[in-house]
Write a protein that binds this ligand. Structure first.
Ligand code: PLP
Length: 432
C-alpha cells in the first residue's frame, strides 16, 4: 500500500518503522549512542562528503530521531524533516538556513511571545531584520518585501489571537518572487495542512500537541519539497551559491540525487552541525509515543475546547471569548477553510474585572494546571501579559493579541463536566 493512501491515524503508527531487523522489536528502539562505527575509511569519507547517506554522529542524526522525522514528514505530506531540541530551535534554524546578516524576513505580528522575542531581538542582533506585518491584510507581506527578503513567516492558529492565518494568499504572493512561506503549525497539527495551501516549510514545537504528555521538549522543521529554490537564484543565495562551510557545495545541485530537499539538508549539515541543538534520542522516543495518539487527542481537545467556548460565552463575567467558533466574517471563513476536523484545543477569554480578576481566576483553579505550556493532555491556564508575553512592551503585547485581562486556556482531555465545573468554581471565586 502506498503511503499516499494512508490516513493520519495509520501514518502515526506505521510510517518510518516496521520492526527491528535483528530482534523483531516492534517499538522503535532508543539508540542512545553518540557515534557510529564506520565500515572503513572510505565509508567514513563518503559519509562526510555526502556521497553516501548514513549515521555519523548524533548531533547531526540518530536512528530513533530518524523514525520521528520520517513519521512527521509522512503525516505532513512533505519531503523530509529535521528534528531539533525545541520549537524555538526549529523556528530559528528555519530562518537561519536561508537568511544571514543583511537579509530580512517578513513575519506576521501574531506570534507566540518567545518567537516574537527571537525575531525582534536575537535575530536582529545577528543582522537579520524581521519586518512585522498585520496578517489580516495579506498584501502587507508584498509591501514589506524587498530584494533581501528571504522568507515569510506565520503561525497557522496564532496563540493567543487564534485568528487563522491566510496561508494560501500569502504563499501565492511569495512563490513568484522566490520567497517561501514558513508556517508554525504547532497549535493545529492534523487539523491544518499548510503544504496543501502552498506553504514551503512547516515548523512545530513537538513539545505541545504532538508529544501531548508534557514530558519532552522538542521541535521539527519539515521541508515540503514543493518549492523551486532554483527559480530565483539571486533570491536564495544560501542554496544556490557555493557554500564555503561545506566544500563550496551548491545545495540545489548537491542534493539532486536525493530529491527536492536542498533546504532541509542545509539545515542539518550546516545549522544543526554548527549550532548543535540536537534532539536527544530519548526525547525522540517520547515524542514518537505521543504522536501515536495525536489524531485521537486533537479531536478530543477540539471538542472539549468548543464546549468550553460555548459555556464561557454564557457567563456574565466574561466579556469576550477568543476562539475560532466565536469569530465572524473573514476570520470565520479562514477558520473554515484551513481547519478540518476541529478548531483546536486553545481558547482565551477576558473578564469584566480585568487583569486582577484574571489573576484571581487562575489562582482559584483546582483541576487546571497553572503552567507556561499548551497542548498537554491536562487542562492548562495562564495569564500571558504577566508571563509568556511579559518581555514584550505594552504595544507589542497588544500587537500579538495579549490584553491585560486575557486568560489563556489549553483545554485537555479530562471529562468535559469536570473541566466546566472547575472553570465555574474559579469564576465564582474570582468574583469578576
Ligand atoms: N511555537 C509556538 C506556537 C509555541 O507555542 C511555542 C511554545 O510555547 C514554541 C513555538 C516554542 O516551542 P518550545 O517551547 O518547544 O521551544
Amino acid at each position: 500500500m502506498s503511503k499516499k493512501e494512508l490516513h493520519p491515524e495509520t501514518i502515526v503508527l506505521h510510517a518510518g518503522w516496521r520492526a527491528d531487523p535483528t530482534t523483531g522489536a516492534v517499538a522503535p528502539p532508543i539508540y542512545q549512542t553518540t557515534s557510529y562505527q564506520f565500515k572503513s575509511t572510505e565509508h567514513a569519507a563518503n559519509l562526510f562528503a555526502l556521497k553516501e547517506l548514513g549515521n555519523i554522529y548524533t548531533r547531526i542524526g540518530n536512528p530513533t530521531t530518524d523514525i520521528l522525522e520520517q513519521r512527521l514528514t509522512a503525516l505532513e505530506g512533505g519531503a523530509a524533516a529535521l528534528a531539533v531540541s525545541s520549537g524555538q530551535a526549529a523556528s530559528a534554524y528555519a530562518i537561519q538556513t536561508i537568511a544571514k546578516a543583511g537579509d530580512n524576513v517578513v513575519s506576521s505580528t501574531d506570534l507566540y511571545g518567545g518567537t516574537w522575542n527571537l525575531f525582534a531581538n536575537t535575530l536582529r542582533d545577528q543582522g537579520i531584520e524581521v519586518r512585522f506585518v498585520d496578517p489580516t491584510d495579506p498584501q502587507a507581506f508584498a509591501r514589506a518585501t524587498d530584494s533581501r527578503t528571504r522568507a515569510y513567516y506565520a503561525e497557522t492558529l496564532p496563540n493567543p489571537k487564534l485568528a487563522v492565518f491566510p496561508i494560501a494568499e500569502v504563499a501565492a504572493i511569495g512563490r513568484p518572487l522566490g520567497i517561501p512561506l514558513i508556517i508554525d503549525n504547532t497549535a493545529a497539527p492534523i487539523l491544518a495542512r499548510p503544504f496543501d495551501h502552498g506553504a514551503a516549510i512547516v515548523v512545530y514545537s513537538t513539545t505541545k500537541f504532538i508529544g501531548g504528555h508534557g514530558t519532552s521538549i522538542g521541535g521539527v522543521i519539515i521541508d515540503g519539497g514543493n518549492f523551486d529554490w532554483e527559480a530565483h537564484p539571486e533570491r536564495q543565495p544560501a542554496l544556490n551559491a557555493p557554500d564555503p562551510s561545506y566544500h563550496g557545495a551548491v545545495w540545489v545541485q548537491a542534493v539532486k540525487p536525493i530529491g527536492p530537499v536542498a533546504y532541509i539538508i542545509r539545515a542539518r549539515t550546516v545549522l544543526l552541525r554548527d549550532l548543535g541543538a540536537a534532539l536527544s534520542p530519548f526525547n525522540a522516543f517520547q515524542i514518537l509515543q505521543g504522536l501515536e495518539t495525536l489524531p485521537l487527542r486533537i479531536a478530543r481537545h477540539s471538542e472539549n475546547a468548543l464546549a468550553v467556548a460555548k459555556h464561557l460565552s454564557t457567563r456574565r463575567e466574561v466579556t469576550r471569548v477568543i476562539h475560532p467558533s466565536q469569530q465572524t466574517g473573514v476570520a470565520r471563513e479562514r477558520a473554515e477553510k484551513y481547519l478540518k476536523g476541529g478548531l483546536g484545543g486553545l481558547l482565551g477569554f477576558e473578564l469584566a474585572g480585568g487583569a486582577d480578576a484574571g489573576r484571581r481566576f487562575i489562582d482559584a483553579l483546582q483541576l487546571f494546571y497553572h503552567v507556561a505550556n499548551i497542548g498537554d493532555a491536562r487542562s492548562l491556564a495562564i495569564h500571558p501579559a504577566s508571563t509568556t508575553h511579559s518581555q514584550l512592551t505594552a504595544e507589542e503585547q497588544l500587537a500579538t493579541g495579549v490584553s491585560a485581562g486575557y486568560v489563556r486556556l489549553s483545554i485537555g482531555l479530562e471529562h468535559i463536566s469536570d473541566i466546566l465545573a472547575d472553570i465555574d468554581q474559579a469564576l465564582d471565586a474570582a468574583g469578576a
